[in-house]
Design a protein around this ligand. Structure first.
Ligand code: ADP
Ligand code: ZN
Length: 651
């Protein structure tokens, strides 16, 4: 990688071929030109020999006997003074005599007035006051030449130094000189991309799709002979951490071609034109190494839909970059052997032009792993972990619903760290469970200072969530309640939300009741409420607005959705002031209704609330079994949980 980049660093070498090369050199030459002009100005300014005086002053110096020596060339005379003369000169001007060049030059000079007898006069003055007068053509040309050589030498020296020091891609400030260069990381054939499809667990569908790309890169003839065109680009769409980058790397690893990897935000810089220049540079490099793969992660950073109104023109730079990318993608022939893979988790906000045929015409969905896939991912990441062989990997997968591949990789690592901290010889089951807790909830804060009163409030709050959700049919089943402070939360009730694609009004409403159960419990137990319900309220408010304005679940507003999937009318409300008022009223009605329901439940189960809170204060963490003990078995079986789903802590 390093060698590759260095070659491109020389401003003038080997790049004259295309128009591309010229543009990229601009950045260097502007700096070089400025430096040269500055130095040239300096050099020209230093041609004087000390201070300029006039003829009258010269005569005064001579009469005072200050002059030691004088050189003249008929036009100009350089005067060398003795020490008292120099003192007088600096007194006169308030400045030290200027020293220039490498050797000491004269102290001052004057223009010899253009008449013959002036020369004679100088000679007589010399005789009279005892200083040497020498006719010496002052070699200005020679002097200037010297300055130029020295000046240029300096420039070149400094230049070489800077290029050496900062030129490297990793050097501090290397940016200044390589700003128009693509920041892509290059993984050469066989180096760095040792990833194969075996390292990617699950994602069978996606793997199959990219398999074709690998196949094409390996033997393009098979396709071209049939007249088939391989897609120029494929877009991997899916939530973060699901293995998009991994998949792209596996493609490169399997195809044994160079792999350029960079993030969409790498194109963007404060300076205008840089993004486009980087795109050009990236494609130039990729062409040189073809067949090759370019992988642009988080392409939404540049690929967001271009704004339609001219008023919001502030994102010109991003749009220029995007335009350049589109141009480049059009510019190379289908069979030139460059394939562009890009990843995003927001395919919906991408510019339509990017998705049309001939560009990223193929979209590959990379989803969150299901139970089976999680088992496979665990297997991949447990390969290098020394773990207790009695651990059932499927059990681990069941404990991690809603986790992405990256989360699972993280758990395996975290569990190993926890085990190491304990000094164990291998990673046990509890280490994995602790790692799961830690990744969901953040670090345990054992020594956070919480007063007894606060602790009791937290216990009632969490018990409130637990009881309300337990007693409502459509609320998600609870797995665990804790008042151990973790991360930024003081306690949490953890649910296993069911896997569902659509949600009914009842379900949303019951979930809102459960979320408000915390605050309601505080009111029921202490008669006062606290700020502890902030995130509950935030969640509930959002849900209520979504019910009314997005999903059309409110009678008064009716079957309307003000949701705009194209994201065009972000700044204007698509409804009238009156409707806005009705929406606000309805939202507040729904929330108050949910709160009242939660409170009613808790009032009628007050002694159970007390019992649960007490138990929680006692044990700090309680599970489903403890709840069953106090509340009795849940009336509604956890009907729709073919698979455990995300554990969502409810602070
Ligand atoms: P994305 O690009 O989708 O955000 P990454 O590809 O960067 O996610 O994934 C991050 C890490 O998570 C990978 O390096 C890998 O260790 C792990 N990972 C994610 N998905 C998988 C998977 N399907 N199989 C194995 N490991 C995975
Ligand atoms: Zn809460």
């Amino acid at each position: 990688m390093a060698e590759e980049q260095k070659d491109n660093k020389r401003p003038g070498s080997g790049q004259q071929g295309g128009g591309d090369g010229k543009k990229q050199m601009n950045f260097y030459w502007i700096y070089a030109l400025i430096a040269m002009v500055l130095i040239a100005m300096m050099v020209f300014n230093t041609s004087g020999d000390g201070k300029q005086i006039d003829y009258r002053e010269f005569k005064a110096y001579a009469e005072n006997g200050y002059i030691k020596r004088l050189e003249y060339n008929g036009v100009k005379a350089n005067v060398f003074l003795d020490s008292s003369g120099r003192a007088a000169l600096s007194n006169n001007t308030g400045n030290q005599p200027v020293m220039t060049g490498l050797s000491r030059s004269s102290d001052c000079w004057f223009n010899v007035p253009p008449s013959e007898n002036k020369i004679d006069e100088i000679e007589t003055l010399g005789d009279k006051y005892g200083f040497e007068v020498e006719y010496k053509p002052i070699n200005e040309f020679g002097q200037n030449l010297l300055f130029w050589i020295v000046g240029f030498g300096l420039i070149i020296g400094v230049w070489v130094l800077i290029m050496r020091r900062l030129g490297g891609p990793s050097g501090p400030g290397g940016q200044i000189f390589s700003i128009g260069k693509s920041k892509a990381q290059l993984f050469e054939k066989g180096k760095g991309t040792a990833v194969t499809f075996n390292d990617v667990a699950g994602l069978e569908g996606a793997k199959q799709e990219v398999q074709e790309i690998v196949d094409f890169l390996k033997n393009p003839k098979k396709y071209t002979e049939l007249g088939a065109k391989i897609p120029k680009g494929a877009l991997l769409v899916g939530p973060p951490g699901t293995g998009k980058t991994l998949l792209a790397k596996a493609v490169a690893g399997e195809a044994q071609v160079p792999f350029f990897s960079l993030s969409g935000s790498d194109f963007v810089e404060m300076f205008v034109g840089v993004g486009a220049s980087r795109v050009r540079d990236l494609f130039r490099q990729a062409k040189e190494k073809a067949p090759s793969i370019i992988f642009i992660d988080e392409i939404d950073a540049i690929g967001r839909a271009r704004s339609k109104s001219i008023n919001f023109g502030s994102n010109d730079e991003r749009e220029n970059t995007l335009n350049q990318l589109l141009t480049e993608m059009d510019g190379f022939a289908t069979n030139s052997g460059i394939i562009i893979l890009a990843a995003t988790n927001r395919a919906d906000i991408l510019d339509k032009a990017l998705l049309r045929a001939g560009r990223f015409d193929r979209q590959i969905y990379v989803d969150m792993p299901d139970l089976n896939e999680r088992v496979q991912i665990f297997h991949v990441h447990l390969k290098n972990v020394k773990f207790d062989k009695s651990i059932d990997v499927e059990f681990l997968a069941r404990q991690t619903p809603g986790f992405s591949g990256a989360d699972i990789a993280n758990i395996c690592n975290e569990a190993a760290l926890i085990a190491a901290r304990k000094g164990g010889t291998n990673v046990g089951r509890q280490d994995f469970l602790d790692a799961v807790d830690r990744i969901i909830g953040g670090l345990e804060k054992k020594n956070k200072i919480i007063t007894a009163e606060e602790k009791s409030t937290i216990a009632y709050h969490e018990s409130g969530h637990a009881i309300v959700s337990w007693l409502l049919e459509h609320a998600s089943p609870l797995v665990k309640v804790t008042i151990v402070p973790r991360g930024r939360s003081l306690g949490a009730a953890w649910y296993l939300p069911e896997e569902r694609q659509i949600t009914t009004t009842e379900q949303i409403f019951d979930e809102m009741c459960a979320a408000l159960g915390g605050r309601a419990a505080e009111e029921v137990a202490f008669g006062k409420i606290s700020t502890g319900a902030l995130s509950d309220l935030e969640k509930v408010t959002k849900q209520a607005y979504a019910m009314v304005t997005v999903y059309g679940l409110n009678k008064k507003i009716g079957n309307r959705s003000y949701y705009d999937s194209s994201g065009e009318s972000q700044f204007t409300k698509p409804y009238s002031e009156e409707t806005a008022k009705v929406i606000d009223e309805e939202v507040s009605k729904i929330i108050e209704r949910a709160y009242d329901k939660a409170r009613e439940i808790l009032i009628s189960h007050k002694e159970k609330l007390d019992a649960l809170a007490k138990k929680l204060l006692d044990k700090e963490v309680i599970f489903k079994d403890d709840l069953e003990e106090i509340l009795g078995a849940r009336k509604w079986a956890d009907r729709h949980t073919p698979e455990l789903q995300p554990v969502i802590p409810n602070p």
